[in-house]
Design a protein around this ligand. Sequence first.
Ligand code: 9MR
Length: 536
Amino acid sequence: MTILYNTIGYHINADKFAYWAGENSIPKQFVVRQADTNTEVLRKELPPSQFEALFELNLQLCDFSEIREKGEYILEVGDFQQKIVVGEKPWEVLAQGVLKSFYFQRASMELEPQFAGKWARPAGHPDTEVLIHASAAEAILPEGAVISAPKGWYDAGDYNKYIVNSGISVWKILAVVEHLPQLASKISFNIPPDELQLPDLLVEVKWNLDWMSNMQAPDGGVYHKLTNLSFDSMQMPHTCLNPRYVVMKSTAASLYFAASMAQAARVYKEYIPKVAKFWLNQAERAFAWALDNPEQHYVQPEDINTGPYANSHTDDELYWAAWELWISTGKDTYQKRIAPQALTAELPQWWSVSSLGAISAAMVKKDQGAQEHILQMAQQLRAQQKQSPVHLAMQKDDFIWGSNGIVATQGMILLIAAQISSEKQYIQDAVRQLDYLLGVNPLERSFVSGFGKNPPRFLHHRVSAGDDIDEPIPGFLVGGPNIEQQDAHRLDPYPKDPPTLSYVDKRASFATNEIAINWNAPMVYLLWAVEELLTY
Ligand code: 9MR
């Protein structure tokens, strides 16, 4: 028997749900006491149990939403006691840590102890001498020619840099300050300041945008990735000396680049107008290249076996980039490229991005059709939550590679719906998604390294594996339960059913325990936006 609860804390203004998972439970009531004085502050009947199919557990809801005073409490069911924290900003330190993880992913730079603490490390992957791969060769830059494309974030547990995944990640992080501009000056997380005096969040994202900006070929097309031929072994960045390549220009990469640089140009305009203008011009050139080369889909060259992020349907990328460019430039030519039939209700993930265009249209352009589209997506998520006793929008077949990123993205959509509709219930719905990631799951763990109860320790992450420090680098949301278990051949068998148990905290589990920028990015949005929207 146990209590599933949010192991980081509960917000004073949010609904507060924990779940009693007791076999043939005898207790009829639950009690909440103040931790220091043991004074009883709440006593309620436990409702009948409900079967949570995603967890295969019978659960009884302990709803202690009435408690709106910050403090530490004891939640008591029968003889079982669980400490619970209620706070005004319960997730702020976590939100800082999740954003700080991007700093720990920086390529081409030494991480100094003042900022990185015990995880300080020498610079790795300077990427100032990157070879043109055969797949990217052209007269002006033949095979073996050298370009410079330093900086950027390592994608994940590996040290390669991929435009597709970078594009979606920077977009989701910048959306925080584009949607909630008041946050720009409030967010700080101890990273080296830059000489431009940008807010911390923009300093961090610029590290990656500066790299992306260097990935454009002379004709406007964008290289799909900057990579080794094969993954490095589990070694520290500064010990990696394998040659690095830029690999074929692709339609998808060019459109991801166009969309995210166009959004970045809007966000940075008030701070660094010249750079923003340059990025916007780059975005326009990348878009033009994609129109001229609509079918140049990424095909992994035979001598390369790092992540493909291949995408052969680019209608959704075109839709997204056209919206971003129209909003940023006001030019009709882009508006004409917005093909309504390309918009789907799929959650925005690296393989499906039309809804990102709809989000910018809804939030920045206040386009009514786009707003309705997002609200419909949110209503669908809410309908899914209603099927689940713990109010989780996930369906069984959502537990794939990076399922935790899906949970966070669903939360992000609910929060955007809250901003469009001013309907506060959507904020509460988003908190349920967060509850799952921070402890309301049958593994009874937080999925963020370094935070909460029983967090992942053995990340599939080369730095955390190679640094000889016991604790993994903090602030990473691991991929999470994945019923496809692509790593099963490297591990002892692990459960598959129910899907939420299909996870192992082992280094070899690249399919459940890797970290990645595209999973942390929606977590950044979820954490910062939910706390801001709950503060009233
Ligand atoms: O997140 C990606 C997942 O959707 C794909 O199924 C998987 C296999 O192609 O790749 C995942 O992304 C990995 C990328 O290819 C390389 N860097 C690590 C990424 C996270 O595992």
